[in-house]
Design a protein around this ligand. Structure first.
Ligand code: NIG
Ligand code: FE
Length: 413
């Protein structure tokens, strides 16, 4: 499978290389390859990008397959969605309707909706049923150019039910073209049927589940929802420290409705703090001074009709900003990463470079993946190819312009 393949010509190729990981970006910093450009693949990876005719000559010498495309196309690295909950069962359309009639997200939970409703539905689903749901959503994402998807557990909330979710994620990861990165979110909420305190619940999870995650290679990442209705920073800290000591990477659902989570994320050295809709200038500063990546989830803003993450302020202060969909049945049912990123860009006044970096190279950093998110030599040959002659069309059309072709690990999907 180490065969060469030349694809092109493209009107533009955006390799997304050479960009700083932190802070504001201008479009002029994008290294846009223009003219008749080609991408030479070697098996699953990128061998070279450059002038199409020159690569065509090389292709003839090395016997590469040539995939000639007719028309106007722009190629980017496949998108990376660094925060989703696509392993779940059931709809929360009722919650959505109630919320839009004036009830809050937290009131909905008290009325039998909210995360707990999805927990009951997910517990009732078999592992195979969960796999089918993940595969369906992953296929939709892949067709929209998303080639790597972080996927959380968190609707099981017992050792066995969390294992069922994570095994479903890994089963789909093995058979689906898309790459799934699993995260254990057993600390999504204090389960209503757990007899014991929040701290006792976290103790059960960390002592009984973490070692199995390692043994079965089910997840290397631990997440927790730090919020008044879920876990306080004080409850979360020992749990996360234990996870870190066992070698897990940490990510936190932080500052969604109230602050505290992002500061904890920085204190425990979390790779990312996600949500941040409630972050104030203080949290922006704390995040910007740290190595913790700030992840905006505009899908949750659109789903809940609440504030946007202060993305502009975070970037201006020097933070690394990733943008993810948060695709889940409760707060972010849409699951359209590109549309949401484009809208965040329009509202928060982000450059094309900032938005596109947020769903490629900076999202890869949020998952600690160094082999994707750019079209650098040796990176995975994951491509989102759009039918246009200028990359600016992509965000301008706010998600309506879909990729004409998607390549995953060198294969057209
Ligand atoms: O990221 N905030 C907590 N968790 C999810 C929502 C999960 C749900 O409502 O089912 C989120 O928004
Ligand atoms: Fe989430």
């Amino acid at each position: 499978m180490n065969t060469y393949k030349l694809i092109g010509p493209f009107k533009q190729v955006l390799p997304m290389t050479g960009l700083p990981l932190n802070g504001a970006l201008k479009d002029e910093q994008l290294n846009v390859l223009e003219g008749e450009m080609g991408i030479l693949l070697q098996g699953e990876t990128i061998a070279k990008t450059g002038d199409f005719d020159r690569l065509l000559n090389e292709a003839k010498i090395i016997g590469a397959e040539v995939v000639k495309i007719e028309g106007d196309f722009v190629a980017l690295p496949g998108f990376i969605d660094s925060h989703t909950h696509i392993c779940s069962s059931g709809s929360r359309a009722r919650d959505y309707a109630f919320r839009n009639s004036g009830k809050t997200y937290l009131e909905m939970a008290e009325l039998g909706g909210g995360i707990w409703y999805t927990v009951t539905q997910t517990r009732n689903a078999s592992q195979k049923e969960l796999e089918a749901g993940i595969a369906e959503r992953a296929s939709r994402h892949l067709s929209e150019g998303v080639t790597t998807i972080e996927t959380k557990s968190g609707y099981g909330l017992t050792v066995d039910e969390e294992l069922k979710m994570l095994r479903a994620i890994q089963a789909v990861n093995k058979k689906h073209a898309v790459d799934l990165v699993a995260t254990c979110l057993a600390a999504h909420m204090h389960p209503k049927d757990f007899e014991g305190s929040k701290t006792e619940y976290l103790e059960v999870i960390s002592s009984q589940l973490f070692s199995i995650l390692k043994e079965e290679k089910l997840a290397n990442r631990i997440d927790i929802f730090v919020e008044s209705g879920a876990f306080s920073p004080q409850e979360a800290k020992p749990y996360l420290e234990k996870a870190k000591a066992m070698g897990f990477s940490i990510t936190i659902h932080a500052d969604q409705f109230s602050t505290g989570g992002s500061q904890l994320a920085v204190e425990v050295g979390a790779v990312s703090a996600d949500h941040l809709e409630a972050s104030t200038d203080k949290e922006v500063e704390i995040l910007a001074k740290s190595n913790t990546i700030a992840t905006a989830l505009p899908g949750a803003t659109l789903g809940l009709g609440c504030a946007y993450t202060p993305a502009r302020k975070l970037l201006n202060a020097g933070a690394c900003l990733a943008i993810a969909s948060d695709w889940n049945p409760g707060s972010a049912p849409m699951g359209d990463l590109l549309m949401q990123a484009a809208v965040l860009g329009a509202v928060e006044k982000l450059s094309n470079a900032e938005v596109l970096a947020g769903i490629t190279v900076r999202a890869a950093a949020a998952l600690e993946l160094t082999d994707r998110g750019t079209l650098a030599e040796g990176a995975l040959a994951d491509l989102a190819i759009f039918p246009c002659n200028n990359y600016q069309e992509i965000l301008y059309q706010q998600g309506k312009l879909k990729p004409a072709m998607v390549y995953k690990r060198g294969q057209k999907v």
